[in-house]
Ligand binder design. Structure first.
Ligand code: HMG
Ligand code: MG
Length: 294
């Protein structure tokens, strides 16, 4: 049977932009419920500056509380300082995050694309020595909130650089959800000239409701790893207009009903989506959760 791997990013991408303070205990319960639903990879938090992203300030407490041997808990690390803090909290996998847009790179991590890659180099080296796996992100893969259109070749170059530096997987981020299936296919065709499709993941924000359609387009091009956020939570604080990731339950519904295994229990996932949304005082953003709830 065909299979995809879902990377649940709700506890990080889903919550990083949330205006209300979310207790660490709530984040940990969210993660426990995701594990119970069958999620095998859960991006747990971000070791970024608390001045830049206050919602992730409890990264140390979150990561230290996570013990499951059979679940991967990658965390974002923008530099060596974040990496070292993550290692002391017991990290086994990290993600470095670059962009295909110079302006977004400046606004998000306060440096150029080239500077960001130079900053990642010692992180990659230290991760190699510590036996920590590294995933790479390329943001603005289908458009930038500041520069508009981004050439697929620019995405491909950064993806290739990250691969050469040692990232085992490259997640192509449609940060503001402006992609549509035809453009997704063109992007994958261009990137796979430089990076094998087996190394790619799709990270689609659902701003215009195209997240699931874009994931399916990428699937048809051979991509088998997809990032998603339970209940469709999320957005990037440095990308105005970015709404949540495609909802995990939307992807699970779409893939399982198409005969593609995800390993995730849809009923438990929807219960988790409804529970987390109630913690935030709003209904789940996803149509699938609303259709199946209760
Ligand atoms: P900077 O201000 O240039 O950093 O920020 P700096 O090196 O000049 O240091 C300034 C201060 O920050 C110092 O503290 C450092 O110690 C501290 P001070 O002396 O002023 O008290 N600092 C840190 N503190 C904690 N953890 C760290 C760290 N590094 C420095 N790792 C920096 C540069 C990269 C730190 C900052 O810009 C930052 O944290 N940015 C993160 C922004 C972010 O998290 N954005 C959201 C995630 S990306 C995303 O959502 C897109 C994605 O989902 C894919 C997609 O959708 O496209 C992945
Ligand atoms: Mg994102």
């Amino acid at each position: 049977m065909e299979r995809v791997r879902i990377v649940e990013v709700g506890p990080r991408d889903g919550l990083q932009n949330e205006a209300q303070a979310i207790p660490t205990a709530t984040k940990l319960e969210l993660i426990a419920r995701l594990v119970a639903a069958g999620c095998q990879t859960i991006e747990a938090t971000a070791f970024v500056s608390p001045k830049w992203v206050p919602q992730m300030a409890d990264h140390d407490a979150v990561l230290r509380a996570l013990q499951h041997e059979d679940v991967a808990y990658p965390v974002l690390t923008p530099n060596l300082k974040g990496f070292e803090a993550a290692v002391s909290a017991g990290v086994r996998e990290i993600a470095v995050f670059a962009a295909a847009s110079e302006t977004f790179s400046q606004r998000n991590i306060n440096c150029s694309i080239a500077e960001s890659l130079a900053r990642f180099a010692p992180v990659m080296e230290a991760a190699g020595q510590a036996g920590v796996k590294v995933r790479g992100y390329v943001s603005c893969a289908l458009g930038c909130p500041y520069e508009g259109e981004i050439a697929p070749q620019a995405v491909a170059r950064v993806a290739q650089d990250l691969t050469h530096m040692g990232c085992y997987e490259i997640s192509l981020g449609d940060t503001i959800g402006v992609g549509v299936p035809k453009r997704v296919k063109a992007l994958i065709a261009c990137v796979t000239e430089l990076v094998a499709v087996e190394k790619l993941a799709g990270h689609f924000h659902d701003t215009y409701g195209m997240g699931a359609a874009n994931a399916w387009a990428a699937y048809q091009e051979g991509v088998r790893v997809f990032d998603a956020s339970v209940a469709g939570l999320g957005g990037c604080p440095y990308a105005k207009g970015a709404s949540g990731n495609v909802a995990t339950e939307d992807l699970v519904w779409m893939f399982e009903r198409s005969g593609v295994e995800t390993g995730i229990d849809l009923r438990k996932l929807v219960d988790c989506a409804v529970w987390m949304s109630s913690q935030l005082g709003r209904p789940p953003a996803s149509r699938v959760a609303r259709a199946l709830q209760g």
